[in-house]
Design a protein around this ligand. Structure first.
Ligand SMILES: Cc1cc2nc3c(=O)[nH]c(=O)nc-3n(C[C@H](O)[C@H](O)[C@H](O)COP(=O)(O)O)c2cc1C
Length: 308
């Protein structure tokens, strides 16, 4: 009998392209639990059934093994942060994402392309995972592109080109979002940054920014460009807009700051810190320049001379 190396096996399994879901339930005391899963599969149309495989190593496995109801949210392109939160974050995962309770009181992720609310039909122990089979009681198909996953990295139909070519072609669009006099920033493990998204090659920056941030609970209305620079270290091109916006209740990774608090924060990079310091300065007189350069050096152009 040949023994199969688990690392090789994992790699070979990873060749199978999947979508990404977040599977959720409530513990007996009502606490929400959830994990990222790509083991989702449709099972039956009549009756409507699906399955997903929670690992027996999950801290929430006991809940999924015994829950009467669970839900599956199929993540949208741009929800990589949600996936990472439910795959790795050890604190309150639900404080970081926008969600609502479904017909069973189980949280489902806002902005997902589809949501399935299930009654548990069967749980089968299978090696180091369980197979959780659910009968779909309610579903919503919200349209849009789903997030993909293969060979240990995310992809999507729109971002395919970026995933294949790697650094050098990545375009990031972001916004300094003003909301009732505050500025909305995103908390990441590496510090704060303006809300931002990756934008595929042929898609417009503003369009992608609006659509993807809406999927994460932040409505933005981009106005003028504020800063454009490329980062030699990451190979990415960045474009930041000034924007008005509104935050959905519960869009957890986003936080509000007053303009006078901006300079003392810790940001994800020196380039972002410099940009935010300039914004804090310029917002006093509401006279904003346009920065063009790279992550270290460039020029601020006065908008009056830009004709914009
Ligand atoms: C794309 C992706 C797919 C995953 N799919 C599964 C899965 O199908 N089953 C599973 O048990 N864990 C899966 N995981 C890992 C779990 O999400 C992760 O181990 C879990 O969130 C840990 O939760 P815990 O800290 O509560 O134990 C996946 C992770 C990623 C990034």
């Amino acid at each position: 009998m040949t023994t199969i190396d688990p690392i090789d096996l994992r790699k070979a399994f990873g060749r199978f392209m999947t979508g990404v879901t977040v599977v959720t339930a409530r513990a007996e005391d009502g606490a929400p639990v959830g994990f990222t899963a790509n083991s989702f599969s449709s099972v039956s149309l009549d009756p409507p059934m699906l399955l997903v495989c929670p690992g027996r190593f999950l801290s929430s496995h006991g809940v999924f093994e015994t829950c009467r109801h669970f839900a599956v949210s199929v993540l949208a392109e741009g929800q990589e942060d949600v996936s990472n939160t439910f795959a790795g974050f050890k604190g309150d995962r639900f404080a970081r994402v926008a969600y609502r309770d479904d017909c069973h009181g189980v949280p489902v992720i806002r902005g997902a392309v589809a949501q399935f609310s299930c009654r548990t039909a069967q749980v089968i122990l299978a090696g180091d995972h369980s197979i959780l089979i659910g009968e779909v009681a309610r579903m919503s198909d919200n349209g849009g592109r789903g997030l993909g996953y293969a060979e240990g990295r995310y992809f999507s139909r729109g971002l395919e080109q970026v995933a294949v070519t790697g650094p050098g072609t990545v375009r990031i669009a972001g916004a300094i979002v003003e909301c009732d006099g505050d500025v909305i920033l995103e908390q990441t493990p590496d510090g704060l940054r303006p809300p931002q998204v990756e934008v595929p090659g042929r898609v417009g920056l503003r369009e992608a920014l609006v659509a993807k941030l809406a999927g994460r609970g932040l409505t933005v209305c981009p106005d003028r460009v504020y800063s454009i620079f490329d980062d030699g270290r990451t190979g990415a091109d960045y474009a930041y807009f000034l924007a008005g916006g509104a935050l959905d209740h519960g869009a957890g990774a986003f936080r509000r700051f007053r303009a006078d608090q901006l300079v003392v924060q810790t940001y994800t990079s020196a380039a972002i810190a410099t940009m935010m310091a300039r914004y804090a300065r310029e917002t006093r007189h509401r006279r904003f320049g346009l920065y063009l350069g790279d992550e270290r050096s460039g020029e601020v152009h006065d908008f009056q001379h830009q004709g914009s």
